[in-house]
Design a protein. Structure first.
Length: 242
């Protein structure tokens, strides 16, 4: 569990966009989904920072940061994205615990010297099997994989930063989880998505998925809660301050 000193400082949720309208209406934004998925694992405070419009905070007064998903693309290189990349480089150098989710995974990789492009195999949506490639305190042991995770993305980290450990892959995503140094992780999947939220995103993207040769109806039928994926968030917050 987090130490008392760590709980005295908040976890910062760096919001980089909002989920689709159906999700927002039923369950709230990415920050609400993340807080809900962590449950009682974190008893300290949370602070939400909108990276698209607010100044980025001093990392020293936070216990850790979680960078959210976004409908935006890292490839757009907007000014707020460039500012966030500079901030992330400094936070990782300062050994601040960071977990990037989907867009957050991609922008963290690019900030540290990697490269992000549109996935040449198309969108990856729905519940997919994650194969672990190395032991890791957040993801577990390869012997316990594959296990299901929930995906909703069309961009990918196509080149990892120097010194990166690739921790996991899926059929469409060879760099589905990555670690830099002792306390910075990126996961392409959404550990905060359960079956309901994942179905909202599949149904919202149905036409694009079908154009790219996917079967939205099959994806919808095969969706699950992916509790092993959600455990990554729980382990991340539980590890803070150790």
């Amino acid at each position: 569990m987090p130490t008392h000193e760590a709980r005295m400082r908040p976890i910062g949720i760096l919001v980089t966009g909002e989920p689709i309208a159906e999700t927002r209406h039923a369950r709230g934004g990415f920050d609400a989904l993340i807080r809900g998925a962590t449950g009682a694992a974190w008893s300290g405070a949370w602070e939400v920072i909108d990276c698209t419009s607010e100044p980025l905070p001093s990392s020293e007064r936070f216990a850790a940061f979680i960078v959210t998903g976004s409908p935006a693309s890292v490839t757009e290189r907007r000014p707020w994205m460039l500012a966030l990349e500079r901030w992330l480089r400094a936070a990782v150098r300062a050994d601040c615990p960071v977990l990037g989710i989907c867009f957050g995974h991609q922008i963290l990789a690019q900030a540290l010297g990697g490269r992000v492009e549109h996935n040449p195999t198309g969108r990856e949506f729905g519940t997919v099997q994650l194969e672990l490639l190395a032991d890791d305190p957040l993801l577990g042991s390869p012997s316990a994989s594959p296990f299901p995770v929930n995906m909703a993305h069309q961009d990918s980290v196509v080149e990892v930063p120097s010194g990166t450990r690739v921790l996991a892959r899926t059929l469409q995503e060879p760099r589905a989880a990555i670690r830099w140094g002792p306390r910075a992780w990126g996961v392409q999947f959404h550990p905060e998505f359960d079956a309901e939220v994942t179905r909202y995103h599949i149904r919202h993207t149905r036409a694009s998925l079908a154009r790219e040769g996917a079967d939205p109806e099959r994806l919808d039928r095969e969706v699950g809660d992916a509790v092993n994926g959600r455990a990554v968030l729980v382990r991340f917050v539980a590890s803070i301050g150790r």
